[in-house]
Unconditional design. Structure first.
Ligand code: HEC
Length: 149
């Protein structure tokens, strides 16, 4: 009889415990993921990429074979950091090789992006899809643009 009472007691706590576990889980998930979405340092850069680049370069930065070179994992991107401000503002129209593949289609110029926006989009593509490169400042963009302005 004593045993039975204890068993009942444990059972009556179960639904409460289950609810509590779910609430704790939900809080954990919210706190883990909410800051990752909201405080991304590349948020404006990402938005600019979606608006001005993604049509050609894809959401995931991958190549459109033979037409559009990849930005994700691009050796050209890594080797041409100093030329990026000019490339983004004035486009590119010359034969290039990216990760061993030849490309030669015109990338149009984009004169609506300010120097700050160029810096933001560069920092986004430099650090998206597993890419890693040093931070590019507004001053570095100004310096880079001297080559073509
Ligand atoms: C209309 C299509 C189009 C748009 C829009 C476009 N690009 Fe490109 N991009 C190209 C093409 C085509 C090339 C190759 C140009 C060549 O062969 O001369 C290229 C080359 C590049 C390269 C150098 C090659 C590489 O893959 O590493 C980078 C970096 C790049 N684009 C970034 C951008 C960024 C950032 C934007 C947005 C601000 C953008 N592009 C918008 C078509 C486009």
């Amino acid at each position: 009889m004593k045993n039975l009472e204890i068993k009942n007691d444990v059972d009556s706590h179960r639904p409460k415990q289950a609810k509590l576990t779910i609430i704790v889980l939900l809080y954990t998930i919210t706190f883990l993921f909410a800051p990752a979405c909201d405080s991304s340092p590349y948020k404006q850069g990402k938005n600019l990429y979606v608006t001005h680049c993604q049509n050609c370069h894809q959401e995931d930065g991958n190549a459109v074979m033979g037409l559009i070179p990849p930005i994700a994992g691009s050796d050209y991107l890594a080797a041409n950091q100093d030329n990026l401000p000019c490339l983004i503002r004035y486009g590119l129209n010359e034969p290039i090789t990216v990760n061993g593949m030849p490309y030669h289609h015109e990338m149009p110029k984009n004169e609506v992006l300010s120097e700050t926006q160029i810096a933001n989009v560069i920092n986004y593509i430099n650090n998206a899809w597993g890419n890693k490169a040093d931070f590019v400042s507004y001053d570095m963009v100004l310096e880079g643009l001297k080559k073509c302005e």
